[in-house]
Design a protein around this ligand. Sequence first.
Ligand code: ATP
Length: 240
Amino acid sequence: MRFLGFRDLTVAYGAIQAVRGVSFSLERGQIVSLIGSNGAGKTTILRTISGLLRPRWGEILLNGEPIHGLPAHEILARGVAHSPEGRRVFARMTVEENLLLGAYTRHDEAGTQHDLAWVYSLFPVLGERRAYKAGLFSGGEQQMLAIGRALMSRPKLLMLDEPSMGLSPIMTERIFETVQELQAEGTTVLLVEQNALAALALAEHAYVIDLGRTTLSGTGAELLADPRVQAAYLGEGVPS
Ligand code: ATP
């Protein structure tokens, strides 16, 4: 059975159709990347999976069960966590308070404390500054915090929207290494990324989204080698 599947997903903001009949699927334990230009509809797809938006048409199945009518907190409780674009952390709350918010659907204190320690081991800077207000942090640190908060629900599916945006190359590498470590621990990852080279290099499977539709799909390696992808999304970064 597919872990996550979409059929004919159509999402609109009023009269603007942002996603126009997208169908694709993820197998358990895969890293799947969505690439495409600005405004293609990638963020809208993630927000719809999270339950923040309702599809106008189509369905989203998690382990064969429809989730597209459920409220966001129930989708989170089923193991789907979302680290949103633009590092939306709560600036006036401390690092630890932000992380604990990610665990609000859980009711196991011991497991939550264990996972706090786990997130601090993934991102030591968060542990060192756990009592500081998140608003004092650099962009990269806030990005780590947004990812850490998503991890605090111990998701089966982790969705990351532009995790490398605004980060230094070293920080970006650390984030992508973490994605691979999470996959090795069994987490399925759906990644939206402007850095198409890195997103395709990481992904078992990837989709190109353009104007709300899936225009190309294949393994990460296939898309990296595709001249259409190279021309449109890889620019200077075409691998030799
Ligand atoms: P980006 O990388 O720039 O975030 P994206 O591929 O994630 O791009 P979306 O943010 O999903 O694209 O946007 C898809 C389309 O929906 C765009 O045309 C965008 O202008 C429109 N859109 C997004 N959010 C809203 C909104 N809140 N209200 C109206 N239109 C929106």
